[in-house]
Design a binder for this molecule. Structure first.
Ligand code: NAD
Ligand code: UDP
Length: 342
């Protein structure tokens, strides 16, 4: 079975993808500098799967360290999760975001070329569609104007991959545009572990539920949507992980560049998500309606037909499943991975 290098694989999506890959029989190597994660997540992946991961503490901007990893392992494909992802922080510290996110990509491409590794999946985002494209988003639409530096790093990295693949036809690239990942592995052993005040909706909701935050502020209820709150395409992180599994199967057989949306194809409003969370888990979420958050679009969601047609992938889990699994993770790990002996 093939060996897959997960750059940034100790993080939220990487750890769940590692579970899916290991369960399918792949060997997994993880390189992460733990800028936003903990080695404990990798130990838990091993516990869930009963399999071993080869873990390197490594900054993926460090070509010498990456070259060592490629030397010590026979890597068949790379999944590039490594990056900083907080939208607000990217506005405050744009240079840090450009430096980290673009450099990880360049270093991976350089060291892959030296090592003769030709296949890479990249964690892109629905944010690259910008503000101009009509919904639902289709892979054939042009990238739009992004509203923040984080989004621009994703758009720029997509361009870098496309140019690199054009220059080297033996390089295979799959750009995966994620919509809104939520939920956790059903074991409750791994999940989303934000540092400080969560920016994203689901971890904020679970922290209100457990009493760490007093009240959720719903950002805007005067949008032109079904109930006035924003609509997003929330995808269970294990469905997303299985999308990577399918994409790895694809890239091991095909060359060139392909782009896939990974989403459910259905928008869910903030109000619906919070009400589903309450109903499924039997808890109350204190909430107030506040003003709109700068840069938020009223509604967007995926057209996910291409992933079904070419990868044979579609989401299998419901919003209720994601709400239950997110709460299970939060209850079992009130402080995330912190405070755990490593
Ligand atoms: P995460 O922060 O949990 O994982 C990213 C991982 O990359 C972390 O473990 C972090 O320590 C590591 N990392 C960062 N810079 C690094 C560096 N220089 N060297 C080595 N490791 C480094 O985030 P996530 O939610 O798992 O996201 C994974 C990828 O998917 C990111 O690229 C993110 O931008 C992208 N993405 C995430 C979402 C989302 O909502 N979670 C949506 C779209 C795209
Ligand atoms: N949201 C909210 N309160 C919060 C966090 C988010 O109402 O404390 C809303 C936000 O306005 C958006 C949706 O929840 O409509 C999803 O936001 P998130 O930051 O999770 O994802 P993104 O903005 O990247 O789609």
């Amino acid at each position: 079975m093939a060996t897959i290098l997960l750059a940034g694989g100790a993080g939220y999506i990487g750890s769940h993808t590692a579970v899916a890959l290991l369960n399918a029989g792949y060997d997994v190597v993880i390189a992460d500098n733990f800028a936003n994660s903990s080695p404990e997540a990798v130990r838990r992946v091993e516990r869930i799967t009963g399999k071993q991961v080869r873990l390197y503490e490594a900054d993926c901007r460090d070509n010498a360290r990456l070259a060592q990893i490629f030397r010590e392992n026979s890597i068949d494909a790379v999944i590039h999760f490594a990056g900083l992802k907080a939208v607000g922080e990217s506005v405050a510290y744009p240079v840090r975001y450009y430096r980290n996110n673009i450099d990880t990509t360049l270093s991976l491409l350089e060291t892959m070329a030296d090592a003769g590794v030709k296949r890479i999946l990249f964690s892109s985002s629905a944010t690259v569609y910008g503000e101009e494209n009509p919904i639902p988003y289709l892979e054939t639409m042009p990238r739009g104007v992004c509203t923040n530096p984080y989004g621009w790093t994703k758009a720029m990295m997509e361009q870098i991959f496309e140019d690199a693949a054009k220059a080297d036809p033996s390089l295979s690239v799959v750009l995966l545009r994620y919509f809104n990942p939520i939920g956790a592995h059903p074991s409750g052993l791994i999940g989303e572990d934000p540092q400080g005040i969560p920016n994203n909706l689901m971890p904020y909701v679970t922290q209100v539920a457990i009493g760490k935050r007093e009240c959720l502020t719903v950002f805007g209820n005067d949008y032109d949507t079904k109930d006035g709150t924003c609509g997003r395409d929330y995808i269970h992180v294990m469905d997303l992980a299985e999308g990577h599994l399918k994409a790895i199967g694809y890239i091991l057989q095909h060359s060139g560049v392909e782009v896939f949306n990974l989403g459910t194809g259905t928008p869910v409003s903030v109000k619906e998500l919070v009400e589903t969370f309450e109903a499924v888990n039997g808890v109350q979420i204190r909430r107030i309606y506040g003003g709109r958050r700068a840069g938020d679009l009223p509604e967007y969601y995926a057209n996910a037909d291409k992933a079904l047609a070419m990868l044979g992938w579609k989401t299998e889990r419901s919003l209720a499943d994601a709400c239950r699994d997110a709460w299970n993770w939060q209850k079992q790990n009130p402080n995330g991975y912190r405070g755990v002996e490593t």
